[in-house]
Design a binder for this molecule. Structure first.
Ligand code: B12
Ligand code: SF4
Length: 506
């Protein structure tokens, strides 16, 4: 059956136009503009994920900006047009990922042609520095927070170097807090993106953490710093953007104990082994965890072993998901399609399992070999890379030759997974077992997953924050009641399950 690609408004598909006729005044001394470039959205997935919570890349850089510099922030994905140019900044900092590298280069060209100094950093500068270098006056490889003040001092003294390197070994607790105050609050469901740790105890062959030259030892911020950042942003819901908040169970337990008095709610990405210790899951629930984002990746043990992912057996996943559910924690599962042991039946099997396990949410990703990773080297050596058009390395396109199916079959299977997951039937089959938790679940499923037309309008009119605020508060209050009962009961509370309208994780 030929594929029906869902319709997508131009604003979500095409970057805003940069006006070549603009002739700005001279650059304003000691002013920096930080830009998160536009990237086209996947029409199959929820547009809501882009405004759930912001990336911390540039607010972290802003936090490290010397006090005598002015700094502003522009995210092109908030659909408010191209970045500003009046007053014209002396320095433009751009974050670059492979999927939006072309847009980053276009922005760099535009600002450089008008007299700004352009500095680029981010994952693509780390994995493909030789490609990024010609597009910028300077690139930053690795952690930018440490070197950014030096970059600006060197701009002032006219001695800017072409490359700076940030070390992953400096204690993470020394980083200043990100400048969340620069974010347009109305544009996000919450501006409280938090990050407590760097790295992960795994090093899966397909993950960017396995990129050559990236030696990211697991590092944490002090729990007091994290709690202070949460409190300081004054919002009831936070999203942890850590690669894996559960990598050090002892740290996670201490963090949970420190978060508990805030009476707020949060979600985080963790690996499923966080359920090895049920008492840790209980601590998470008591601390306000309403949802987790879990990279299950595959239901095939052979795929997982070849990717070198240390994980419990997939045959035990369902029991572990149940444990999270019993603690009022919804599960957003992430699945990668197209591994070497995947055959045509992988799509139905995966969604069937998701329905049986009643996952509230799931995201699907076509296997994507990121440059610099072991997976990329393997595909390259086997002659299986179809092209190097990075804009399509976004996990929504097939960029390699799958082992047991045609690229078109993999793409169609991927799209069919989303179609089925978002169908009324599947939403209903995955409802919580406790009927009292069904209304918030249905509200979450329909608002988050089936309302792309609405998201587009919310984003453009900067109404995401105001519209979601009452729903977040409703979820928080329900969770407080649930938590009180859980705290008073050694196992699971008898009564209404928590239920959450707020989608989990990024
Ligand atoms: C928040 C987030 C999102 C958000 C916002 C994304 C955005 N671009 O605004 C949403 C949900 C929308 C999202 C979507 C996707 N994401 Co995402 N996302 C993240 C997440 C969880 C956190 C990012 C963050 O805040 N990091 C913390 C900051 C502080 O670290 P950092 O970005 O590395 O920044 C440091 C340095 O790189 C450097 N630096 C960065 N930029 C700059 C700029 C300058 C000027 C300087 C000097 C330095 C500098 O300094 C910073 C501080 O020291 C990361 C995982 C992670 N923990 O990083 C994944 C991650 C970035 N996402 C990833 C992917 C694959 C995607 C998707 C393609 C998935 C999908 N199909 O839906 C989409 C597409 C988005 C796109 N095209 O960019 C991958 C990227 C892999 C790769 N090699 O590119 C990551 C690493 C997750 C993973 N484990 O695979 N994502
Ligand atoms: S468990 Fe997740 S974050 Fe950790 S290395 Fe594997 S894919 Fe990356």
């Amino acid at each position: 059956m030929p594929m029906r690609t869902p319709r997508i408004p131009d604003a979500l598909r095409i970057a805003p136009r940069l006006d070549e006729a603009v002739r700005p005044g001279p650059p304003r001394r000691r002013s920096a503009l930080l830009i998160n470039p536009f990237y086209p959205k996947d029409p199959h997935a929820s547009f809501g994920k882009h405004v759930l919570t912001p990336s911390l890349a540039l607010t972290s850089i802003a936090g490290a900006t010397p006090a005598d510099w002015e700094v502003s922030y522009w995210d092109e994905n908030l659909l408010q047009g191209p970045p500003p140019w009046d007053p014209f900044p002396q320095v433009v900092g751009i974050t670059v990922h492979l999927t939006f590298a072309d847009r980053a280069y276009e922005l760099a060209r535009w600002y450089r042609a008008r007299g700004a100094v352009v500095v680029m950093g981010g994952l693509h500068a780390l994995s493909c520095p030789e490609e990024v270098t010609p597009h910028a006056d300077s690139i930053v490889i690795g952690e930018g927070v440490q070197v950014w003040p030096q970059v600006l001092r060197d701009v002032e003294s006219g001695s800017l170097r072409s490359v700076y390197r940030g070390s992953d070994r400096r204690p993470y607790r020394e980083d200043p807090p990100p400048r969340r105050d620069l974010l347009p609050r109305r544009s996000f469901l919450t501006t409280t993106s938090l990050i407590a740790s760097r790295g992960c105890h795994n090093r899966c062959g397909f993950c960017y953490l396995a990129t050559d030259g990236l030696e990211m030892p697991y590092q944490v911020r002090d729990v007091e710093q994290v709690v202070e950042e949460f409190r300081g942003d004054g919002q009831p819901y936070a999203v942890f953007t850590d690669n894996n908040l559960g990598s050090r169970p002892r740290y996670l337990r201490a963090l949970c104990q420190a978060l508990r008095p805030l009476e707020a709610i949060w979600s985080a990405a963790v690996s499923i082994d966080v359920t090895d210790d049920p008492s840790l899951v209980r601590e998470m629930a008591l601390a306000g965890c309403t949802g987790v984002f879990i990279g299950f990746e595959s239901l095939s043990g052979r795929n997982l072993a070849e990717a070198r992912k240390k994980t419990p057996s997939p045959t035990d996943y369902a029991r572990r998901v149940r444990m999270l559910h019993e603690h009022g924690i919804q599960v957003n599962g992430s699945f990668v399609l197209g591994f070497d042991h995947d055959r045509r039946d992988v799509f139905d099997r995966t969604v069937g399992w998701i329905e049986d396990a009643r996952l509230e949410c799931a995201t699907f990703h076509i296997l994507t070999p990121y440059p610099g990773t072991p997976l990329f080297r393997q595909m390259e050596a086997e002659g299986r890379l179809l092209h190097r058009d990075w804009s399509r390395y976004d996990t929504a396109h097939v960029v390699f030759l799958p082992r047991h199916m045609a690229p078109e079959e993999l793409f169609e299977g991927y799209a069919s997974c989303y179609r089925r997951l978002f169908s009324h039937g599947s939403i209903w089959r995955r409802r919580p077992e406790d009927w009292r938790a069904v209304p918030p679940y249905l509200a979450m499923a329909y608002l988050y997953k089936r309302s792309n037309w609405l998201w587009h309008r919310l984003i453009q009119s900067r109404m995401t924050g105001p519209v979601w605020r009452p729903l977040v508060e409703w979820t928080r209050r329900r969770h407080l009641r649930f938590r009180r009962r859980l705290g008073a009961c050694p196992t699971f509370p008898d009564g209404e399950m928590a239920g959450s309208v707020v989608p989990a994780g990024v």
